[in-house]
Write a protein that binds this ligand. Sequence first.
Ligand code: FAD
Length: 398
Amino acid sequence: MKTTSSRTTNPQDLADLDSLLTAEEKAVREAVRQVCDDAVEPSIAQWYESGELPAARELAREFGKVGLLGMHLEGYGCAGMSAVDYGLACLELEASDSGIRSLVSVQGSLAMFAIWRWGSEEQKTEWLPQLATGEAIGCFGLTEPDFGSDPGSMRTTARRDGGDWVLDGAKMWITNGSIADVAVVWANAGEENGGIRGFVVPTSVPGFSAPKIKHKMSLRASITSELVLEGVRLPGSAILPEVRGLKGPLSCLNEARYGIVWGALGAGRSAFEAARRYSMEREQFGRPIAGFQLTQAKLANMAVELINGQLLALHLGRRKDEVGLRPDQVSLGKYNNVTKALEICRTARTILGANGISGEFPVMRHANNLESVLTYEGTVEMHTLMIGQALTGIPAYR
Ligand SMILES: Cc1cc2nc3c(=O)[nH]c(=O)nc-3n(C[C@H](O)[C@H](O)[C@H](O)COP(=O)(O)OP(=O)(O)OC[C@H]3O[C@@H](n4cnc5c(N)ncnc54)[C@H](O)[C@@H]3O)c2cc1C
């Protein structure tokens, strides 16, 4: 046993967590960091401020080139990487911006995963290869104007008409909606048809429209839309044949939530780093503010929470690769890592003082983004209830 180490301190990795990763995993992380540095970092502050993502398609193709889209899926042009690789990628993407990670998560974990896991061979061969390269963009419509946490009560219907299906209803808060080529839409097909069913909807079909939601104060560098379905007629082959009921959408959400367990830490890391650097340059009362105990307490707490969060994410990732995760384990990770990352961003903002609210620094952007991340893919309250149910055996949702 060695009692001390002569190695130097790395403030970005105080606990030497890098030693837990393989060389291949570090290479994946580097590749994603590089594409973010090249394609996202130079423009992200401006996209956020203008509330636009003009480069969404270009970005999707760039991400497709490095195998980021549906990277944890196998076959059909997908990279077939591990859950840990996928997690590391989400962390790097979200270190740039939660909206950019959302673009990738929705494409890979929601739209592509739904088709990959529950689709027909025909649906897989038609859509997965073009979604993997980023030639096509996908979205996932579950939430409705009146039903978010309680998707089982959804009003969107799918009705049989001869051999066709006809969809009517509206979806709300759908990431990538207005730019998507294909939407995976969940609708109530009636008890006789298996209840809630998934449909693969090419967005060019008559009766489908996707107006953009404006005035967002969070996740501004991400396209969020309403989906309107007015008598959308689809062939019988448009239904996802392999799943019935809420299990379908929930299985997809579980995949995306797992990515968030890692991703949120990226936002936290960027805010922490901005605050750490700033605290060493900014002087008040004749010394750097980093020299005050109150600032050091904030930095120490942030660093510890980032380390704890990464250990939890990595543990869950290794378990996912080995045996898979239960939904309550994913809830543990999302609950902890998103709430802690948000606290880190808010604390980082205080260290920057007035500069903390400026778009010249990334801190407020990350904090605002994490407000969405706290709510989507299951609100923090829903994940609390899932953990509560796992602990007590008593569901407390209604
Ligand atoms: C930027 C953004 C992007 C999104 N992208 C997508 C997407 O691509 N696809 C998609 O389908 N959806 C998407 N969503 C929707 C998101 O998943 C929902 O907003 C989320 O599920 C919460 O639903 P809601 O907003 O209707 O809130 P509600 O369900 O109305 O909840 C409001 C509040 O009540 C609480 N609450 C509800 N029920 C209970 C209960 N039983 N016990 C205690 N508290 C409760 C909630 O926790 C919350 O605090 C996105 C949302 C945002 C903000």
